[in-house]
Design a binder for this molecule. Sequence first.
Ligand SMILES: [Zn+2]
Length: 254
Amino acid sequence: MKIRFLGTGAAEGIPAIGCDCPHCTRAREEGGKLVRERNAILFSLPDYELLIDCAPDIRSLINKYRITRLDGILATRSRYDHVGGIKEFEYWPGQLDFLAEDRLFEAIQREHWTELLDAVMFHIPYYPGSSLYFNGFSIIPFAARRRRPIFGISVKEGDTRVVYTSDTPTRLTNYARRVMWNCDLLIVNTPTFDKEQENHINTLEAIELKKQVGARRMVLTSINHENLPHDELEAFVREVEGVIVAYDGMTLEV
Ligand SMILES: [Zn+2]
């Protein structure tokens, strides 16, 4: 499968609004891989183009990367930075599947939905631990947090397994770890480098997680201005086998 990272920033993006920290200042001045739009990932699966999350910047990302085909959107949580761009799809020329767990869909409907979207989207509920079967691939969602409806996914095509954690804390269930076990690629949202946070795993903890679950490769994404700038983070992970720092526009074949 082909995976395209359209946006690789965390909630505030880089540069963050109104922020004059050295990271944001460098991003404004130098541009390139230092700039990160909010998180959106495109999975090209057998005859199915699946967008994971729908960043507020999705309209410009879709135009920038010349995406003219989509079959479905999978939402992992209801916050603005994950699904704030959904209203842009009122103008999508066609029909789209909208994959979201029921509680999550209710929250998205409350906060972001419009009547016009009903004409474009088919809601397809997913359930943590239950495989969503497509001819040629399958998706198993798992709870990324215990109390809030936030979900990671394992995407399986043939013998290849890719796991995307979405916004997960370090404290994962044994089930989620087992889903990640020996996967070919683990994609982890790591907003910060070494700051210990209850709700988010950091870069150093993610590197430890990769070892614990035996993932072959790992991509770090959803990075914010408190993490290292792209070049410094890349230099750091060069010493760790199989770890890649995502940047906006990066494409991977798995
Ligand atoms: Zn900043």
